[in-house]
Design a protein around this ligand. Sequence first.
Ligand code: 5AD
Ligand code: SF4
Length: 444
Amino acid sequence: MPSTQNPRTYRVKSFGCQMNVYDGERMAELLAEQGIAAAPEGEDADLVVLNTCHIREKAAEKVYSDIGRLRRADGSSPLIAVAGCVAQAEGNEIMKRAPAVKMVVGPQAYHRLPDMIREAGEGRRVTDTDMPAETKFGALPKRRRSGPTAFLTVQEGCDRFCTYCVVPYTRGAEVSRPYADLVDEAKRLVDAGAREIMLLGQNVNAWTGEDARGRRVGLDGLIRELAGIADLARIRYTTSHPNDMADGLIAAHAEVEKLMPYLHLPVQAGSDRVLKAMNRSHTAESYLKVLDKVRAARPDIALSGDFIVGFPGETDAEFEDTLKLVDAVGYAQCFSFKYSPRAGTPAATMAGQVPAEVMTERILRLQAALGRDQTAFNQASVGKTCDVLVERKGKFPGQWLGKSPWLQSVYFDGDVTVGDLVTVELTEAGYNAISARLLSPAHP
Ligand code: 5AD
Ligand code: SF4
């Protein structure tokens, strides 16, 4: 008999960014520590956590339809908690509109889930969207499980207030987790099987902390320390702001072998007027200068970015500036979005909202250009010999899938296993993936 009073199984469904995936993993660990087990695939769970994303599109409507879908054939519902950024932004509204939801918990408060579950079991509906001064991390269980690639949140929140973005409101002010805690969590993840660690933060390159000798260091200091963990093979970080690309971090790309040659550096637009209206505090030129420095440090670096088309007031000519910037950079991979107003952000009420059909036309043109560059980047990799971290089996028997240093998906045949780091020769490339020939089996 499934119980909402004393749930025995859980399911956490995470949407959106990698930080949400990280939070979802931490919530799962927390629930497991309470003796609640992961619900087997295909079976109903007593407790469902919807870990929502609010950054783009119709996030709130999606939450309501997800809640509706959780209703079982007999009309009952599991114990439902809404977590994540929609919970933070629209918690009260969710409680009013969706009686099936018993808990609303924001991204900075989910360490309190066990208490909330107890209260909900007593019939109360509980909301916790506090952003307490002490962070949740100390209250979470130690890491014990990991796949070959692990996420590690090092920094949360954002002080930059780009005018289109909800993050400063839903995730709060920038907070860097302490150096020693991060080194400890990284070591535990590696002990649990991680070969690659992806350092996460909304503004990850603004991370700062005090190293073991009490010196103030930036993200490069942390990266250099983590590179000393023997069984850790690869380090990545995302997402960065152009104005926080410190020289030390750029130098790390030249000097730290374990730091992978990949940089996700969102620019959003190519027009300086639009960038100013977005409150990005960089220009197209200053952004390109940063990329020049990064390329000087690491010539083979794969560059990635985010773009928004149709920001309020964006003219045709201003959109052309975005295409020019794309041509100037030659990205390896990018994410592009239609501007979508977020209630409470300055851009939502700006004049000159761009009609839907204009946005569609612009995003199609942008994605064609980005697709062309991504394919070209992949094709230019053909013939290279590189390491691949094996992530999972491919579609066909004997086939495996992993990531190149440049974060390309690489397929190959061979006798390997998940978590192996193998050497391959890249043989054939398309837009999304590269085929390869296995040269050497697993090596440490
Ligand atoms: N509309 C469209 N895209 C957005 N992003 C953030 N807010 C919005 C919005 N309101 C995009 C930006 C950011 C990425 C994570 O999401 O490109 O870099
Ligand atoms: Fe949002 Fe801008 Fe902060 Fe990125 S830098 S999280 S886009 S406010």
